[in-house]
Design a protein around this ligand. Structure first.
Ligand code: NAD
Length: 513
């Protein structure tokens, strides 16, 4: 049993959704999109058939039966926590098998960035829809883009099948095998399987129980405590909101000082929790911020009541008789009381389907400037792809939505118009919004750093210089024009003769170049 397709996308995030959009824009409709973000949803739906969408909802533990008249197939893939799966691939009727409680999928590809920002805030939560919007990359339309809800895929000839896992891939034969034994063959495959929390086990070893044990890599057992929260998908975010609201006024411990830690800590404060952040480095956002920039944000957080415990990690939890965590024990011997814990200790790319078959680098699938892997029929984009970042002169894996969007656009062009498509030339971009603050970063934070602006005021920033050239820039509290100027200046990689001069010109330098 099997079906053949020309274009198959494995993934259910921004990269996959944007790539699907690009195919449609290019007039290609026979795309198979395989959803991924299906680890822990209680309700499932499957969007079936070329002409119309049936929305089928299931209660946990219940199977069902639906009729399919699919022209194209979109198979979900990476739902590593599912024990039992269903598959919907073009038969007149398909048996939907029973699946484990709380596992399934209810949403089409969506945007994650909202999950750690507005989605967690009491006043904004109802306004935030976790649906993917296709926003024109070059017109900067904010969220007024095209709404890529399940209906959109259907109307555009893409079969979107959620809650279906691809169990294995054979890049030599160009086939994918789903959990129910169906084979999907492709001419071109785009891998957009993203990343997950730190524990990266082979799919076969993953069970729902393991999902909560992401701290086990560090020898910490959470015992599935209901008040230990992660944040990677919309179900995690919903759970975090529930726990946060039920512990109002209590103590929250945030493990990790990266993006999730910083953004969640701000939301916890706004939701009236007393927050302590724990991380091993000497400063927050150690992957990106200079010590001076980090000091500004830490002081700002402290002014909001956040405490920082740096240079240590947790070693174990104490549990109360309900099985909830009531304290966090740290390596330095101290104990932090906790009514809830939020864990943001990084992610791992979902590469397991292709281990041993494709060349890997930096923990991801190595691709060239056309996003093409070591197998010429397989392309990779988003968090899972390690691609040549030209401006930096090395291969990198960039965990960011902007990179996913732009790579999606590039890969579709590279596949359908290879002769007209050059090398992906991406300027790394990161941003965050916390409390009333908002920053953007472009390029690379390598080499020497000079700071500018008023660190006690609203607008300040930094430039990074490497081998005599400006390679990176950062700005807090900028205007749209200022951010654009910084991005342009960074892209030019200008030679810097005089650091002191650059420092004194500050933001003006970006406008004058
Ligand atoms: P991260 O890599 O940004 O930060 C990980 C943090 O965890 C670091 O501070 C690290 O030192 C710390 N850590 C690692 N092991 C630890 C341990 N045992 N105990 C305590 N701390 C430990 O990862 P994240 O914050 O988990 O974010 C996950 C992903 O989501 C990243 O790819 C990130 O880029 C992305 N994200 C991005 C944004 C944004 O761009 N604004 C927002 C949210 C999430």
């Amino acid at each position: 049993m099997g079906r053949a397709f020309v274009y198959v996308i494995i993934g259910g995030g921004v990269a996959a959704g944007y790539a699907a959009h690009e195919f449609i824009q290019a007039g290609v409709s026979s795309v198979v999109l395989a959803d991924v973000q299906s680890e822990c949803f209680e309700m499932m739906f499957v969007a079936i058939s070329f002409q119309s969408v049936d929305l089928v909802k299931f209660e946990p533990n219940y199977g069902s039966r639906v009729s399919l008249q699919s022209k194209f197939v979109l198979a979900d893939v990476q739902s590593e926590c599912f024990q039992m799966m269903f598959v919907a691939i073009g038969f007149q009727s398909v048996d939907l098998v029973k699946f484990a409680p709380n596992y399934g999928s209810r949403v089409a590809p969506y945007e994650r960035p909202a999950l750690s920002k507005g989605y967690l805030l009491p006043e904004d939560a109802s306004e935030v829809t976790v649906i993917l919007y296709y926003v024109s990359l070059f017109e900067n339309k904010g969220t007024n883009g095209e709404r890529l809800a399940p209906k959109w895929y259907n109307e555009n000839g893409i079969e979107l099948i959620l809650g279906t896992r691809v169990k294995s891939a054979d890049v030599r034969r160009k086939t994918l095998l789903t959990a129910t034994g169906e084979t999907i063959s492709y001419k071109y495959l785009i891998v957009a399987t993203g990343a997950r929390h730190t524990v990266d086990l082979p799919t076969s070893e993953l069970t729902p129980g393991l999902k909560a044990l992401k701290l086990e890599e560090f020898g910490v057992n959470t015992l599935d405590a209901p008040n230990v929260c992660y944040l990677r998908d919309v179900a995690d975010a919903d759970r975090l909101v529930d726990v946060m609201q039920s512990r109002s006024g209590g103590q929250a411990v945030v493990i990790g000082g990266g993006y999730i830690g910083m953004e969640c800590a701000a939301s916890l404060v706004i939701n009236n929790l007393n927050v302590t952040m724990v991380f091993p480095e000497a400063q927050c956002m150690a992957r990106l911020f200079s010590p001076k920039i980090a000091a500004f944000y830490e002081e700002f957080y402290q002014s909001k009541g956040v405490k920082f415990v740096k240079g240590t990690v947790l070693t174990s939890f104490d549990f109360n008789s309900d099985g909830k965590v009531c304290a966090v024990n740290l390596r330095d011997g101290s104990k932090l009381p906790a009514d809830m814990v939020v864990v943001g200790i990084g992610i791992r790319p979902n590469t397991s389907l292709f281990e041993g078959q494709l060349t890997m680098e930096k923990g991801g699938i190595k691709v060239n400037g056309k996003m093409q892997s070591s197998n010429s029929s397989v392309y990779a984009i988003g968090d899972v792809a390690a691609f040549p970042v030209k401006i930096v002169g090395e291969t990198r894996r960039l965990e960011h939505v902007d990179s996913a969007r732009r790579a999606a656009r590039h890969v579709v062009s590279a596949i359908i118009e290879p002769e007209k498509t050059g090398e992906f030339d991406y300027l790394p971009f990161f941003y965050s919004r916390v409390f009333t603050l908002s920053w953007q970063f472009y390029g690379d934070n390598a080499g020497e750093v000079v700071h500018f602006g008023d660190f006690s005021g609203n607008t300040f920033g930094a430039y990074w210089m490497n081998k005599g050239h400006l390679v990176g820039s950062f700005l807090e509290g900028g205007t749209k024009e200022q951010y654009e100027a910084l991005a342009q200046a960074t892209r030019l990689k200008p030679k810097i003769e005089d650091l002191a001069e650059l420092e004194s010109q500050g933001l003006e330098y970006a406008f004058n170049i």
